[in-house]
Design a protein. Structure first.
Length: 744
């Protein structure tokens, strides 16, 4: 039995006393509809328990400094190994973290230059832009400068009194405005466009900071220009530390001293075969790998072969189009996940548990086999590979399948099938049925009622693309990873049509008390109802009122801040997670307390409530397939796909907007796709235009219009390969997408 991970009687979240034996050193794939309980098994039980058991091997002294993992709700969990979760959380990192630094390839390039670069300038650390000796002294190795955007900061058609300065710190009535702008140096009623050059310069930069302001009852003051002050107060930080409000008023420009390369002139002068290290870092991985292999220098052979094999790993993962100087914070979720995978592939650890969350995200069907190779390699090194996945082509390589269902939330939480992939095809479960079926290609496409043009788009790899996005229809943007889909839509389209609404997978909810009830606004109506029926104040039923449990302030949980680690959450011992004082809980609505209501799923609540506004919102949650969530579930527990769908629920009744969604099938089971298509079609029927970036063939087939980018990724991409209906694409298309559509 040592070759299985054995779970007995697990009851985390919605799980119903499940027991399971997962073969070790094999690939096990967890399937099932969204909300069925896959994450509850894989992340909340296996991964958490592995971490907890590992922590227990340390001394008490160290344990006290580690996060406290509570024991999952299970009778027993045996035969675990250390577990590593490889998810789609962005790699993040600051401006000094690049693809080259996180993969270590840049350190190897530094070593290479220190060995054979000409002229030889020193140790490998000198070639680092994070080292004072190697960094560009002007930008301290960041490669760019953050500058105030004068055009955005001022509305020159207005006077100071009319609020010509658009950044809030300088607006009418503020301290700065009163003390400086409105204190006699400027004519506060003169429109900025009528300023003389001198006045304009004074407004921007002060006047060699020597202007003395004679203010009533005030000592003399120096006047600091708006731009100088803005720079001094707000821009002395790295870009990702700036607040979103400040970011609206800046422009990023290349550092002119190093031309964006981050390095000192001395480092840039050191070359191998005519290239400096910055030029290597700006080549696409695919090109760099060719160049590296032409270097002929016997001293460098070991270093070169090391770099070459690391570059090959990146190419094996389909990331040939990235450059080593790419900041990790700009990588997509799928790209981040693939980079993390590579870091583990090179590790010589064995008998680990690797856990993947939908690793096919962001991959065109052409590249899925690369991912499969990688998963198999990890297994063949003697590791246990556990994958949560919906993609048919990935599911096909499983050694063992665990299908969770039958449906979501309280209607899920059971193992409905375990065994081989072949057996799954015959299983009478949702996965078993849908794995064999396909959407049909849409025959009658809607006719657009107008066009939104993208004109001469040339950001990143786009080759001066001009293309019309049709209005009033469902458009799919397709193409291999790196072909330019996100750049075309998120950089170019959104810049040219700022009123488009992006419905992304970023977390929703600003406070830890946010939940589906507060997010959708029905909490207010629910409190109203409780107050009305019980004839007491509405405020009693609020999380931040006298009625809330004072111990946890209505959270139901106590959060312990662990400085550098993730906060830990324990159930409040005073209210036992009920969030309210006992006296509040005695007020009932049809026998249910406010806490009981918050424990209801949206589906249960839909049966319970009668008020029209509440039911309309609950119906929207049902329509987007989220009615298994409980009303009080913290939004922080929602996955990316769930966040996207809760945002969608908010839009279902709106008319005439332009919506953009990036891979809305993320986290969706094959059987959920019909439902997603219904929702997207409903938005279109409401007079909106919907643009989705998608790889999922079922969605592509059902779009009204397809814009396919290619032919490949990176430099070899950025062109429009096809525009038209799915029918036309299968008939006439020459692109990779066309080929895979025909084969599907
Ligand atoms: P899947 O991974 O299959 O999409 P999950 O395991 O995330 O499903 O969720 C299973 C059920 O448990 C859902 O009803 C979900 O809303 C609920 N759930 C998940 N995490 C939590 C949590 N931290 N607290 C309460 N309920 C949760
Ligand atoms: P897709 O969305 O089709 O996967 P992207 O638009 O993300 O493609 O990428 C197109 C090209 O632009 C790729 O070569 C990619 O590496 C490059 N690129 C994307 N984002 C950035 C960025 N923030 N900085 C530099 N290059 C980028
Ligand atoms: Zn510089
Ligand atoms: Zn409490």
């Amino acid at each position: 039995m040592h070759n299985h991970i054995i779970l007995r009687d697990v009851n985390e979240n919605n799980l119903k006393d499940i027991s399971l034996e997962i073969p070790k050193k094999k690939i096990t794939i967890f399937t099932g509809v969204s909300g069925s309980g896959k994450s509850s098994i894989v992340f909340d039980t296996i991964s958490k328990e592995a971490q907890r058991q590992l922590n227990q091997t340390f001394t008490t002294f160290i344990q006290n400094r580690l996060p406290k993992y509570t024991q999952p709700d299970a009778l027993s969990i045996e035969n675990l190994s250390p577990a590593m979760v490889i998810d789609q959380k962005r790699l993040g990192g600051n401006a000094r973290s690049t693809l080259g630094t996180v993969t270590d390839i840049y350190s190897w390039l530094r070593l290479l230059f220190s060995r054979i670069g000409k002229p030889f300038i020193g140790e490998s650390k000198v070639f680092s832009f994070n080292n004072p000796e190697g960094m560009c002294p002007e930008c301290q190795g960041i490669g760019r400068r953050i500058e105030p955007n004068v055009e955005k900061l001022f509305d020159t058609t207005k006077s100071l009194n009319e609020g010509a300065i658009l950044f809030s710190t300088f607006s009418v009535g503020t301290w700065y405005w009163q003390k400086h702008l409105n204190s006699g140096i400027f004519n506060p009623d003169k429109k900025l466009k009528d300023y003389t050059d001198t006045e304009w310069q004074t407004l921007l930069h002060g006047k060699d900071k020597k202007i003395v302001l004679p203010l009533k009852n005030e000592p003399v003051k120096y006047f600091e220009g708006v731009i100088d002050r803005f720079r001094r107060m707000y821009l002395k930080k790295e870009i990702n530390q700036l607040s979103n409000n400040v970011k609206k008023f800046i422009i990023l420009s290349h550092c002119t001293a190093c031309n964006g390369t981050r390095l000192s002139q001395e480092v840039l002068n050191c070359k191998i075969d005519g290239y400096n290290i910055a030029q290597f870092a700006s080549m696409e991985v695919g090109e760099l790998s060719k160049v590296i292999e032409t270097i002929e220098d016997p001293i460098a052979i070991p270093v070169i072969s090391n770099i070459a094999s690391r570059l090959l790993n990146l190419m094996d993962m389909g990331l040939y189009y990235l450059t080593l100087n790419r900041e990790t914070s700009t990588l997509s979720g799928g790209e981040s996940q693939r980079v993390k995978m590579i870091r583990h592939l090179n590790s010589s650890l064995t008998d680990m548990i690797y856990i993947f969350d939908e690793p096919s995200i962001g991959l065109h069907p052409r590249d899925v086999h690369r991912l499969n190779d990688m998963l198999q390699k990890l297994r063949d090194k003697g590791n246990t590979v556990i994958v949560v996945e919906h993609d048919r082509d990935v599911i096909a390589i499983a050694d063992y399948i665990v299908d969770v269902g039958p449906r979501a939330g309280t209607n899920g939480g059971e193992i409905v099938y375990e065994g081989s992939v072949l057996g799954l095809y015959d299983a009478n479960t949702l996965t078993g049925r849908y794995i064999k079926s396909r959407q049909l290609i849409k025959k009658e496409s809607r006719k657009p009622n107008g066009y939104l043009p993208i004109v001469e788009a040339s950001k990143h790899n786009l080759k001066n693309v001009t293309v019309d996005i049709p209005c009033g229809v469902l458009t799919a943007i397709t193409g291999v990873a790196g072909s330019g889909k996100s750049t075309l839509i998120f950089d170019e389209f959104v810049a040219q049509h700022p009123d488009a609404i992006v419905i992304d997978q970023k977390p929703v909810g600003t406070s830890i008390r946010s939940n589906p009830a507060t997010y959708t606004g029905i909490m207010d109506a629910i409190r109203d109802t409780f107050s009305h029926v019980n004839k007491v104040s509405k405020s009693l039923f609020s999380f931040n009122s006298k009625g809330a449990c004072p111990e946890c302030q209505g959270n139901g949980f106590i959060y312990t801040d662990l400085a550098f680690l993730e906060d830990i959450r324990t159930t409040c011992e005073t209210c036992h997670g009920k969030r309210f004082k006992d006296e509040v809980l005695q007020y009932k609505l049809d026998g249910k307390s406010i806490s009981d209501v918050l424990d209801m799923t949206a589906f249960e609540a839909l049966q319970f409530f009668e008020r029209e506004d509440i039911c309309r919102t609950l119906q929207a949650l049902h329509d987007v397939g989220l009615d298994y969530l409980t009303l009080g579930q913290p939004l922080s527990t929602l996955s990316g796909g769930e966040c996207q769908r809760i945002k969608l629920a908010d839009e279902l009744h709106k008319h005439g907007y332009v919506y953009i969604l990036d891979e809305p099938t993320t986290g969706l089971h094959m059987s959920d796709i019909t439902n997603l298509l219904n929702i997207l079609n409903r938005l279109v029927e409401n007079g909106s235009s919907v643009i989705v970036i998608e790889h999922n063939m079922d969605v592509i087939k059902q779009a009204d219009w397809i814009i396919d980018l290619g032919p490949d990724g990176g430099r070899k991409g950025g062109k429009i390969m096809f525009e038209g209906t799915p029918m036309q694409l299968t008939k006439e298309g020459q692109s990779l997408t066309a080929r895979y559509l025909r084969e599907d």
